[in-house]
Design a protein around this ligand. Structure first.
Ligand code: PEP
Ligand code: MN
Length: 337
């Protein structure tokens, strides 16, 4: 349920309405926006008589929010959320351009890629230290040593770092060192992990599960938000379909659907979607034109020898060419990098 207050309602009146709602046992979430204040309500609403609230002179109207997700719901927060990742804004008219290798392999490898993608226009660096691999015999990532490499490259380049957290065991160190904490597709419904992210100060990049519906994906964001962390960015990375030619099927429709139903930024990962490097450019361009708030793209200096996901990785030169095109497309859809 939302209680929409009349424009220019002052702070004292807002507090009074909030108090009355709380007296009835609901949790309140005050969102102040340019065109007025909304008090979002969650929890047990059974004692609320919306008609009597509507009689209050500062209340414009009361509306129910039928969707199971509340804090992520556009009704709770009509304006787009803009998430700050260590100074880089994501959402609104800002585009997040995240690039880097699938896995951190060495300092030299990450450093070379980081310099290249930064020169091309990337504003964040990705790289996996802990890798969720299908086979236990595949490269599992360098772990905390990899994280140290990523931090050292941030020091050199100034690029905020994005890396995947797989276990609550590393929550504190990620909270200390990682600018944007990625939750991978395979952990999208790891509810214990999601709940713990509520205590983290860092923004979260929540990837869509391989077979998650929109509602399930948004509910996972809701878990993080309900636990206390409102800074969630969603990432579509392809879903499982009957098609086997591509690794997954990129669901571009998710962009307008997420934007219609939530206020959270949504970025696209064309690398894991198609699984082929030559699909990255057309899908990345389509995503920006369709309204994505950014792109996360795998770039490798030597994809043939990459320890993970070489076939879907762009070489730095191709990434540079792609960003040149994105820079031309962005203003057409009201965006800047
Ligand atoms: C990744 O970004 O490295 C990754 C493993 O992605 P996903 O969780 O989308 O498969
Ligand atoms: Mn990968």
């Amino acid at each position: 349920m939302i209680v929409v207050l009349k424009p220019n309602t002052n702070g004292e009146e807002i507090t009074r309405i909030e108090y009355m709602l709380k007296q009835n046992g609901v949790d309140t979430h005050v969102v102040e926006q340019d065109n007025g204040t909304i008090i979002g309500c969650t929890g047990d609403l059974s004692k609320i008589d919306s008609k009597s609230f509507e009689m209050n002179p500062v209340v414009d109207y009361v509306a129910s929010v039928p969707e199971p997700y509340k804090l992520a719901n556009r009704a709770f927060h009509p304006e787009d959320s803009i998430i700050d990742v260590s100074g880089v804004k994501v959402g609104g008219n800002h585009l997040a351009m995240i690039a880097g290798p699938c896995s951190i392999e060495s300092y030299e490898q990450v450093m070379e890629i980081a310099k290249n993608v930064k020169a091309a226009g990337a504003n964040m660096l990705r790289g996996g230290a802990f890798k969720p691999r299908t086979s236990p015999y595949s490269f599992q990532g360098l772990g905390l040593d990899g994280l140290e490499i990523l931090c050292a490259v941030r020091e050199e380049t100034g690029l905020p770092i994005v890396t995947e957290l797989m276990s609550t065991e590393h929550l504190d160190i990620f909270n200390e060192k990682v600018d944007l904490i990625q939750i991978g597709a395979r952990n999208m419904q790891n509810f214990e992990l999601l709940k713990q992210l509520g205590d983290v100060d860092r923004p979260i990049l929540l990837k869509r599960g391989l077979n998650a519906t929109y509602e399930e994906w948004i509910m996972s964001a809701e878990y993080i938000m309900a636990a206390g962390n409102k800074n969630v960015i969603l990432c579509e990375r392809g879903i499982r379909t009957f098609e086997t030619y591509t690794r997954n099927t990129l669901d571009l429709q998710s962009i307008p659907v997420i934007k219609k139903n939530t206020h959270l930024p949504v970025i696209i990962d064309p690398s894991h979607a198609g699984g082929k490097w030559w699909l990255v450019e057309p899908m990345a361009k389509a995503a920006v034109v369709a309204g994505a708030d950014g792109l996360i793209i795998e770039v490798h200096n030597n994809p043939e020898c990459a320890l993970c996901d070489g076939p879907q990785s762009l070489k730095p030169k191709k990434y540079d060419q792609l960003l040149n095109q994105i820079k031309q497309l962005a203003p057409i859809v009201g965006r800047t990098i």
